[in-house]
Structures are given as C-alpha cells and as structure tokens.
Design a protein around this ligand. Sequence first.
Ligand code: TXA
Ligand code: MG
Length: 354
Amino acid sequence: MDRGFRVSTRIVAPTPEAIADAAARLAAGALVAFPTETVYGLGADAGNAAAVRAIFAAKGRPADHPVIVHISSVADLGHWARAVPAGARALAEAFWPGPLTLIVPRAAHVDDAVTGGQDSVGLRVPSHPVAQALLVAFAARGGGGIAAPSANRFGRISPTTARHVADDLGGAIDTVLDGGHCEVGIESTIVAFTGDEPLLLRPGGIGVAALARVLGRAPVVPGSGAGGRAGGGDHDAAVPRASGTLASHYAPHTPAWLVPADRLRAEIAPRLARDQRVAVLARTIARPAEFSGVWIAAPEDATRYAHDLYANLRTLDAAEADDILIEAPPNAPEWLAVTDRVARAAHGDEDDRD
Ligand code: TXA
Ligand code: MG
C-alpha cells in the first residue's frame, strides 16, 4: 500500500549472516525490524538513547511513550529492574520466553527515551527463534536489550508479516528480518507491577486465567472497579501509561464498526441499498448471496482468529470500502484480547491516532 513513503526497505531471510549483520547494525545505532511471536518489532539498542529516539521518528510516535525492552532470558531481569516483585518473577518464570510484558521499577541506568520518563520499564523475553538469535548475536557484540515497539506507523495496525512492515515503514528503515507470519498475531499481554496490585494494562497472548493460576488471583483491570480507571489520559504512579490503551490504537483507515452477530445482515442490507461498498469480517454469519464486496470468514476459535486478525484488517482496509463491519466476537474470557483489539479498530479515528 503506497502511503507516500519511499519504498526501499530490504526484506531479508534470517540466515546466520543476516542476523549477525542486523546485530551489527543495532550495535552501530541503526534500526532493525524483526519478527517476534506476537507482532514484528522495530528494534534499537536499548542502551543507546539516540537510537531509541530514532524509533519514534520512524514510527511518527510521540517521544514520551515508553517502549518495551526485549531481553534474552529471565536472568537479565535484574539488570533492567531495580526491584523484581515476587509476582513479576513468578510470571517471568512461568511465561518467558513468550507473549508477556512485565512493567517493573526501572534500574537507574535505563534511559528516559526507553521509559518515556516513567520510573518503570517494560521487559519481555520473546520466544520467536529469530528474535532469540538476534538477541544472542547482539549480546555477542556487547549489546544488552533491544528496545522495540510494534513496527508500524503510529496508530496503525501492528504488522504480522515482514511485508506489512515494509508497506508501513518502507523508506524509514533499511532492513526487516523475515520470520514469516507471527504465530500469536496480536501483541503481548502487559502486566504492571508498579503499585500494590498487579495491573493488566493490555490483554494479549497470555490469557487472564493463566496469569491468575500463577499469581493466585487475577490481575486488576484498570477502569473496571473501585479506584480503577481506563488508561490513556492523565496517569498516576499506580497506572502507568500504555499507548495501547488509547481508544484509537490499531485503527484501519476505513471506518470500522463492531456489530453483534445477529445484527450483521441488518447492517449490511441498507448500505448495499445505498450503493455503499462494505467489507466484512464475519465469523459465524454466512455471506449473503447478494453480497459482492470483500467478505472474510474468520476462524471460529480465538487463537486462530487472533493469528489472522491484523492481516485480515489490512485486507479489509485495502478493499477501500466505505465501511468495515466486524462481527462482534463472543463475550467470553478467551476472547478478551481479540475483543480489545477489534473494539479499538472500530473506534479508529485517524485524527486521534496512537
Ligand atoms: O507484543 C508486543 O508487546 C510487541 C512486540 C514487538 O514485542 N511490542 C509492542 O510494543 O506491542 P508497543 O510499543 O507497540 O506497545 C507496548 C506497550 C505500549 O502501550 C507502551 O506504552 C507500553 O507497552 N509500555 C512499555 N513500557 C511501559 C512502561 N514502563 N510503563 C507502562 N507502559 C509501558
Ligand atoms: Mg504498537
């Protein structure tokens, strides 16, 4: 999709040579996009503030948003955190490497460019073999962590293939390591250990039930109970900012609407009658015979639905319809992360991007 960027980004196979070259680029202060099991990341040396600031320029993201530091093992936790609460350590040991980010008090050396000036740092050990290999190669060059947000323009849909990255950031970065389609397909679960109780800042690849089994109780969802509040606006010490908590995150360009399954056909018919073009992400509802636009029948189970979601949203967006209609996923715990993402996509407003 041409959005006016010079498209010169190289998509490279993750050979040992390419990974060594990517590590050398990182060590030299350049940006490298790489696959993780969740979505592709736009990486920079987390110990190099200028390199981290270049991420924000490439993404078009405000500089006060924190980025996750990717580390190679639980053993590195103590290097980046000045304190590791027992619950954070338990989650790290249970789910790393994997799609979980822990927000913990930062060590003194962690730069404000990484933390967005907050007193905490987000840490994650990715399980994707290419991400692991890149971290090892980077460590061999004396590097520590790799700071990386999702490798998309600010406010756009996260990339789950190398091609998505090149389409979105082409011209702004040199190299994307190609690790195929990301297995999880949506971003990591984020749990913050910065106050009295663990907070679920973003539902994701690790479900709440799995977290609760390890923590002995479910993490608190900001805004869901007494004293809680939705993220995204002003914040206090107990509820760190997470840009993924702004309502318009993960937005396609085309206006998208979340529609209950039993209303989907009723929402489509009048639009077609008005000669509008409609693109649909259905799950249980069958395509009506008279429908001629782009219709995607998404997988029925939550895991495979998440795997395909961002690629599906890109396909729907590329249809250049007047509206995207998304069949609302079930209201069930295993659908929490997917529901969060489709609700944000449906809330999308390009003038209010993040
Ligand atoms: O799955 C993922 O987490 C992917 C892959 C590349 O690892 N990364 C990702 O990064 O989704 P990003 O920057 O798009 O989203 C990370 C979220 C942001 O909402 C950011 O605000 C939040 O994590 N975050 C990072 N550090 C934080 C901190 N110290 N306090 C609060 N939120 C933090
Ligand atoms: Mg992101």
